[in-house]
Design a protein around this ligand. Structure first.
Ligand SMILES: C[S@@+](CC[C@H](N)C(=O)[O-])C[C@H]1O[C@@H](n2cnc3c(N)ncnc32)[C@H](O)[C@@H]1O
Length: 258
């Protein structure tokens, strides 16, 4: 997951330990395995609270940080079944609709699932995609049931966000000869050690916010170190280098033995 490792400004101060009650028992087991935590000192936890407490705010950020078109273009097209894990509000899901006959979007956070379901219905794609609850390490899907299993800005080597068990589950669900892809990966060497190859798409990339005010507000929350520069630029498009994060131009993939 790229975002939770990115420098975060206000986000860490946005929530407190008293917000942890929003997690379901299943979520708490993964995100606060010791039974308690402090989002003011654990930015990964703060992101999980964001998804549940302010999902529309997360959606505004994800909508601005669009993937390099080469990433989506690289993915297999014209396949039968695609599974996306950690689908969020659908930054990638909406693109997958045109590439497979049927898409299953797995997402643990109910507020994000609701936004994704709404977007799919608005785009009249409700019949092409199914949005389901699930986690990387416990996918509610049969063995060998997808041609492509993909995660975007969601998988990390940490057990709560994928890890060994999560990668094994993605590979279990993928059919022999199918492809498992991790988009916007944050630990390439960890994935390389497990047989994943890296592809990167070049060219300048900027986040495209709705307006300059939107850029300034979201930078203040998510990229505090860049907020002054974003205000100074006075534009709604902001190069990813200015935000201080990797641009969403990379993927790691493995084609499973057929
Ligand atoms: C940074 S968001 C990315 C969402 C979406 N893929 C996108 O690109 O906008 C990370 C997503 O991973 C999901 N997530 C976190 N832990 C997870 C887990 N253990 N299993 C599956 N998804 C998880 C979150 O709920 C969230 O939707």
């Amino acid at each position: 997951m790229n975002a939770p490792e990115a420098p975060s400004g206000d986000l860490r101060r946005r929530y407190t330990a008293s917000d942890l009650g929003v997690f379901t028992p299943e979520e708490a087991r993964r995100f606060i395995p010791s039974g308690n935590g402090d989002p003011q000192n654990d930015v990964v936890l703060a992101w999980e609270l964001l998804y549940r407490l302010e999902p529309e705010l997360y959606d505004r950020l994800a909508s601005a940080e669009r993937l390099h078109p080469g990433v989506v273009g690289w993915l297999p097209c014209g396949v039968d079944r695609i599974v996306e894990v950690g689908a969020g509000t659908g930054r990638l899901t909406m693109e997958l609709i045109g590439r497979g006959r049927h898409v299953v979007a797995v997402e643990p956070a109910l507020p994000l699932r609701r936004i994704l379901i709404r977007k799919l219905a608005t785009a009249d794609h409700g019949d092409r995609a199914r949005v389901v609850h699930g986690f990387f390490d416990q996918l509610p899907l049969p063995d060998d049931s997808a041609d492509l299993v993909v995660a975007c800005s969601a998988f990390t080597p940490s057990p709560g966000h994928g890890g060994e068990a999560g990668l094994a589950e993605m590979e279990r669900v993928c059919r022999p000869g199918g492809c498992v892809a991790i988009i916007w990966p944050n630990h390439l060497s960890w994935l390389a050690a497990r047989g994943y190859r890296h592809v990167s798409f070049p060219g300048p990339m900027s986040a495209e916010f709705g307006s300059h005010d939107d850029a300034a507000e979201l930078a203040g929350i998510f990229y505090a170190k860049a907020a002054g520069e974003v205000r100074r630029l006075g534009r709604r498009t902001v190069p990813f280098e200015v935000l201080g994060i990797n641009a969403p131009r990379d993927l790691a993939f493995k084609v499973l033995a057929g």
